[in-house]
Design a protein around this ligand. Structure first.
Ligand SMILES: [Zn+2]
Length: 362
């Protein structure tokens, strides 16, 4: 499949292994939305280093089969998880038992505590079909840096120094080949998510990635980024982070909840990025960081910050019945501010334009 084909097909069925430089591969799954991640493989004289797995059994098996098709009998000696999220880790159990699995120590703790692999809350539409995957966590953990080799090929694992997308992010940097596997520190053309990390930290991490001056970037989601395209890609993500910060500041000043602030936010240029509803979750994080409060991730993601399937029928978060009372959330019909009652394209592109139907916080 050519890059052009991959760009025009928008389901994970169109996933393809792209050779970035000789022996370095990116597994890119369109369209990069919820649970549809990228992964990678770095080959060398002592075997292959895998970077991330996928959310489901089927997707991970396809990824590993594609890697084996280009590496033959070479062993999968090591695998790295860029962070704890299931789209990058649930397929770990399908790696050979002999593969040494590596991640940040906070990533390991996070996957051990992950409740979704055991019983996915009915927050996503459709609920992913995990298949036969089981929880497998790293047996080697790191804090700041760790360097891997396969033969003479060097892979540097680096933590951004503070919470960003999550608390245990790691990028894989190949200094000789100038290839960066960024994990979810970079979403390319897809709305970023940092509700389990830090908005300020995610913003700060962009400069560290730019300083590497990579020639190729494999983002956690979305198409591979060239050296020429990187400044624009990073600048767009930075503007999104700043929009989240400004929206949170204004919302707190006005006494709005994160949801209310999201509904009043004009997404502007980011309205075309899939998974726009992540703004609500990102605002929950910005609010929690500003107040030092603990963020209830599950409550933020389900009724308290849930989002309906978008009107165009694409996947995404959706509202769920109030589990405690057994009734539909009383606020599941969105209370739209007047400006957001306009149809999409007729005014400010707000969360409400995307069928937002979550509930306000008590
Ligand atoms: Zn991801």
């Amino acid at each position: 499949m050519t890059d052009t084909d991959a760009a025009t097909v928008t389901t994970p069925d169109a996933a393809a292994l792209h050779q970035i430089v000789d022996g370095v591969f990116a597994w890119v799954q369109p369209d990069g939305t919820w649970w549809i991640n990228n992964a990678g493989a770095v080959t060398g004289a002592e075997g292959t280093i895998v970077i991330d797995t996928c959310a489901t059994e089927q997707r991970t098996r396809r990824f590993l089969a594609a890697v084996r098709a280009v590496t033959g009998d070479a062993p999968l000696t090591m695998a790295v998880n860029t962070h704890q999220h299931g789209d990058h880790t649930y397929g770990n159990s399908l790696l050979p038992a002999s593969t040494v699995l590596i991640g940040h120590e906070a990533m390991r703790e996070g996957l051990l505590a992950d409740p979704i692999i055991d019983g996915c809350p009915p927050v996503w539409q459709p609920v992913p079909d995990w298949g036969r995957v089981t929880r497998r966590v790293p047996s080697v953990v790191m804090r700041s840096e760790l360097t891997l080799f396969t033969g003479s090929r060097r892979v540097e694992l680096r933590h951004p120094g503070r919470p960003a997308h999550t608390t245990g992010d790691v990028v894989a940097w190949l200094p000789e080949e100038r290839v960066l596997f960024s994990g979810d520190l970079i979403f390319h053309g897809v709305t970023p998510l940092m509700f389990m990390g830090s908005v300020d930290g995610a913003l700060a991490s962009l400069g560290r990635l730019a300083d590497l001056d990579p020639e190729h970037v494999v983002p956690g989601h979305g198409p591979v980024i060239t050296q020429a395209g990187l400044p624009d890609a990073l600048a767009g993500i930075e503007r999104y982070y700043r929009l989240v910060q400004q929206t949170a500041q204004a919302g707190r000043r006005e006494g709005m909840t994160p949801l209310q602030a999201a509904r009043h936010c004009d997404l502007g240029e980011f309205a075309t990025w899939p998974d726009a509803e992540r703004l609500v979750l990102n605002l929950h994080r910005a609010y929690a960081d500003a107040t030092g409060a603990e963020l209830d991730l599950v409550q933020a993601a389900r009724g308290r910050g849930g989002v309906q399937r978008r009107p165009d029928g694409q996947r995404g978060l959706r509202t769920v019945p109030d589990v405690a009372s057994g009734t539909r959330s009383t606020l599941s019909q969105p209370r739209l501010p007047p400006s957001s009652a306009r149809p999409v394209g007729a005014g400010p592109r707000t969360i409400a334009s995307y069928g937002y139907g979550g509930t306000d916080e008590p």
